[in-house]
Design a protein around this ligand. Sequence first.
Ligand code: UD1
Length: 416
Amino acid sequence: MGTLIVNGGRKLDGTISVQGAKNSVLPILAATILNSGISVIHNCPRISDVDAAIKILRYIGCDVAFEGNVVTVDSSNVKNCHIPDEMMREMRSSVIFMGAVLARFGKVSLFTPGGCELGARPVDLHISSLKKLGAKIEEEAGAIRCSARHLKGNDVVLSFPSVGATENTILAATACSGRTRIINAAREPEISDLQEFLVRMGADVSGAGSSMIVINGKKKLHNVEHEVMPDRICAATFMCAAALCGGKVRIERIIPEHISTMFSILERAGCDIKRGEDSAEVKRSGSLSAISTVRTLPYPGFPTDAQPPLMALATKCIGTSTFVENIFDRRYRHASELVRMGADIKIEGKIALVHGVRELFGSSVKAADLRGGAALVIAAMAAEGKSEIECIEHIDRGYEKIEADMRKLGADVVRK
Ligand code: UD1
């Protein structure tokens, strides 16, 4: 369990390049099982969730090399279709291996990913979707056993556009005979990145980015090389850091369209933003005004993952900012820690009211989850005095050395 020590109060000035997207690379790593061959993945972030995915790949029989930011997976000799409980618990998105292993072997046994980091995270939509494709699924005390004599394409209607359930269904559908249509599919950019990877591998998948995805299964899959798209949530975190600490930050290697809601929110609050083709410059000199109501929604709505860093920013905006968290029911755990730093936040159910304060003060706080932890880092960077942030293993799940990146921008952040 590491700690970050932050001496706050410094303005930021510098350039940062955004890492590859965690939420893209995790399903892509699971998808490497499908081709019984070699996948080369560029721009892979060095984060602990990727290590957890690689551990699962090696356990089931893949050869995996991870050099710099390139992962090479050889899935020719995969033989194991069981994933043990302790590996499933290490990373919540391990559930995406269900669709991939099922597609390769017609069976898989694993466990529900444990914990309740952001609240209840059921997998009922994953299970009902795979059943629609002909899988027989038994669940008992957290164990999931899934088998299919014959996977057959079908119409899968999601009652909510779940990102994970959409990905699991796409992966399983690549092995189905005939056509699968996912209706009310998640539209997140990471789904488009997974589609691009699968198409490069020879799969027939189309429609990602819209709410209907069509997969014609049983295509011959081959070796593949792919570059993971940039992480829009890391980009949003750097933008909030620049806005909160003040100064000027250039953020490179982004896809501006993926974070357009964040651009407009920051501009309305009073930041100057210059957008380039694959970069943005965020400048804040004066004070910022409160953020009008932010509702987290499935893409293209405002992302729940960017709510914590934006809330950190709102703590110092003049007036009252309102947040409505619609996706997860325990996603305000950073709020009580921000209050320890002097923030004024009232929470009632899904709603958080953030009354801007003049100053935040350095304090000892604990990260309770990944994005909430990043919110504490940027709040500490804007606070007067020294902060200690504990339990930073949550932050390491999704940010490649956050302290080094923030130091590049002029912040004083070190790991103890
Ligand atoms: C993914 C992202 C996560 C992001 C989230 C929402 C990855 C690795 N993680 O998580 O960072 O915060 O999308 O953008 O990509 N639900 C059900 N039943 C299910 C599945 C989901 O009720 O079977 C509910 C969840 O409890 C939650 C909502 O649907 O309330 C959204 O979940 P989902 O879109 O599935 O998120 P994840 O794929 O877990």
